[in-house]
Design a binder for this molecule. Structure first.
Ligand SMILES: CCCCCCCC/C=C\CCCCCCCC(=O)SCCNC(=O)CCNC(=O)[C@H](O)C(C)(C)COP(=O)(O)O
Ligand SMILES: Nc1ncnc2c1ncn2[C@@H]1O[C@H](COP(=O)(O)O)[C@@H](OP(=O)(O)O)[C@H]1O
Length: 342
């Protein structure tokens, strides 16, 4: 005979407004606001749609390169991650293009300038252009420091070569300096193998070698997504009064219950003041984020293999998730880095 199994589910009951044991004034209970994403680990529907623009851009770029006859007829050189210079299918397919040299190659300078112009000038974080340290400014700076540390570790230095260079070597890549197979060349290669261990991509290029054989995570895709996503996620919740960027965000509070992020906005719960004008800070961040999107599309269309671009996206998303989404579910981490727009 079939037995009927029952499952017991414990539903945490939020404390009633009168059930507080503390004398401190409590923020209004907004746990009953409509649920958009039930788990504090997940972005809201609107955030998901905005974030999907990044993989969408990579797909669009791949589509451009697959459909454009100029790209199809050009020779792709894997060791340079680009098309042969003489056959470059567009101005943007040349590494020497103005926007690559003066925007992406020093991309963290532009991202840093845009970030701090916004933090220093937007009234939602503190008195505009006055050197006053507010909690919101400090937490925004903490977010920048963590994201910058990830950028440094992935592209510049990680207790030696950066993670991109290390992962290239872990996957079997090396710096090919000599290509002839004479006995002296082979001996030379053998002598070099120890020295090679310290090689970075930059060092390899500087001695005229070819960085070949391993998986080369796209540094451009990583940097452009990391920097621009940080800027969008900072300023959008501060300038748009949209549920999906504000009160629909779910957070886990110290008592283990899941509530609307709006309860963390002390002075205007659920509705942090939004200035009428965008201001220089937001305009600067919009410009850098917009340019980053265009250069991401160009990288997607003309450089790297799809898998190298995908891993660039994955590494950037991991960092963005840790700084901008994980704090919602982990109150101790939220104490340190806070959340934009609350
Ligand atoms: C485990 C690492 C721990 C490090 C801990 C340090 C934490 C410190 C945190 C914050 C300190 C703030 C200091 C930040 C200063 C920021 C000012 C600057 O931006 S200066 C550097 C400017 N450089 C760039 O913008 C370079 C950007 N380019 C690249 O990253 C690469 O060229 C590329 C990834 C785009 C492509 O690589 P390539 O090899 O193809 O050229
Ligand atoms: N949008 C873009 N415009 C011009 N060059 C780009 C580019 N995206 C990538 N590249 C170039 O492609 C190579 C690989 O990039 P990355 O690994 O950073 O994604 C780099 O070459 P160089 O290192 O020779 O400058 C980089 O400059």
């Amino acid at each position: 005979m079939a037995t009927r199994r029952t499952t017991r589910v414990e539903v945490p009951i939020p404390p009633t407004p009168n059930g507080n044991t503390s004398d401190k004034p409590q923020p209004p209970m907004l746990a009953d606001t409509p649920l958009v994403a039930n788990s504090p680990f997940l972005p809201t529907t609107l955030e998901t749609a905005l974030i999907a623009i990044y993989p969408g851009t990579l797909l669009l770029g791949s589509l451009i390169s697959a459909l454009n006859p100029a790209s199809r007829n050009a020779t792709y050189l894997p060791h340079t991650q680009a098309y042969a210079v003489s056959e470059a299918p567009s101005y943007f397919a040349k590494k020497s293009n103005f926007f690559n040299v003066y925007f992406v190659k020093i991309g963290w300078v532009w991202t840093t300038l845009a970030f701090f112009l916004f933090v220093a000038s937007h009234s939602s974080l503190g008195p505009p252009l006055r050197l006053k340290l507010t909690k919101r400014r400090l937490q925004a700076t903490a977010r920048y420091v963590v994201v910058t540390a990830v950028w440094i570790a992935v592209t510049q230095w990680f207790f030696g070569p950066p993670i991109i260079d290390r992962s290239f070597r872990w996957t079997g890549g090396k710096c090919d300096v000599m290509f002839d197979d004479t006995r002296s060349a082979r001996a030379g290669r053998a002598d070099m193998s120890d020295m090679e261990k310290a090689f970075t991509h930059a060092a390899c290029k500087s001695i005229g070698g070819q960085w070949a054989g391993g998986h080369d995570i796209s540094g451009h895709v990583f940097l452009l997504i990391l920097g621009s996503a940080m800027l969008w996620l900072e300023f959008l919740p501060a300038v748009l009064r949209m549920d999906g960027l504000r009160e629909a965000r779910r957070i886990r509070t110290a008592d283990g219950l899941v509530r609307s992020a709006a309860i963390e906005t002390r002075e205007h719960p659920g509705n942090m003041e939004v200035p009428e004008k965008l201001g220089y800070g937001v305009q600067g961040a919009l410009f850098v984020a917009g340019m980053s999107w265009w250069m991401l599309l160009m990288t997607a269309a003309y450089f790297h293999t799809w898998f190298e671009k995908f891993t660039g996206l994955l590494v950037a998303f991991t960092a963005i998730y840790t700084v901008y989404f994980l704090p919602r579910a982990v109150p101790a981490w939220r104490q340190v880095v806070g959340m934009p727009g609350v």
